[in-house]
Every structure is written in C-alpha cells, then in structure tokens.
Design a protein. Structure first.
Length: 131
C-alpha cells in the first residue's frame, strides 16, 4: 500500500487529470500506473517528474530499448522492485528478449561485484584511463 494512498483518475483534480491524460496519450495506453497515482498527492512533483521522464526517455542518440535496459539495470542495482517490474515490461515491449535480459542481469551483477571490489581495495585510477 502506498504511504499516502493512490489517486485514481475519477478523484483527481483537473491539474492531475491533465498529467494523467498526457501520460495515457504519450504512452498510448488506457491506464495510469500506481507510481503516477502515488505522486499525484503532490501535483507539482507529478508534473515535473512526468515532463522529465517524457523528455529523457524519448528517442534520441539512444534508442528506446537501450534506454529501458539502462533504466532496468539501475533499478536492479538500486533494488527498486516496482521499477524493475515496470521497466522490464517496457523493455520487453521495446523488443528485449529473454536472452537479452539474462545477459543484462549478468552484466549488472558483474558490474556491482567489481565496483564493490574496487571500492573496498580503494584502487587508484590508471593514468591511461584519464586520457
């Protein structure tokens, strides 16, 4: 259960409904997920977060699948169960296969392991990497 509950479309203020409508239009869907419904308690945060996500996740130098897989990798590292579920679904919709998911998880696991080892050993950065 969300800390403050969820604001459904029917009970949302006009300001929140406008953001919900934009989310549904942009994502070509007929529903609002619980993340947005929880953020709706603070319409300014809802609007700001949606505008940022919409801009950052739009096609650019990185394709949508790559962006979703990066988002998924960070979510796994941060142990955000909700984000893992959400961005796994979005990455699958964008074309991620089971093999791609498995390889991504292997990379995430290895990166986390070696990051901790480097931090623990306090390894100095090689000069060649700085060039």
């Amino acid at each position: 259960m969300a800390t403050c509950g969820l604001i459904e479309y029917e009970e949302a203020s006009p300001e929140v409904r406008a953001v919900y409508d934009d989310i549904m239009t942009t994502r070509r869907t007929d529903w609002i997920n619980n993340f947005w419904k929880a953020l709706a308690h603070d319409p300014a945060t809802l609007r700001r977060t949606w505008e940022s996500i919409k801009e950052i996740m739009a096609p650019g130098a990185l394709d949508p699948l790559t962006k979703e897989m990066i988002y998924l990798a960070v979510s796994v590292t941060n142990q955000c169960g909700y984000c893992i579920a959400s961005h796994t679904a979005a990455a699958r919709k964008a074309g991620m296969t089971d093999a791609m998911f498995a390889e991504l998880m292997a990379v995430v696991g290895m990166a986390n392991e070696t990051n901790r080892l480097v931090s623990g050993y306090q390894v100095e950065i090689d000069e060649r990497f700085r060039a």
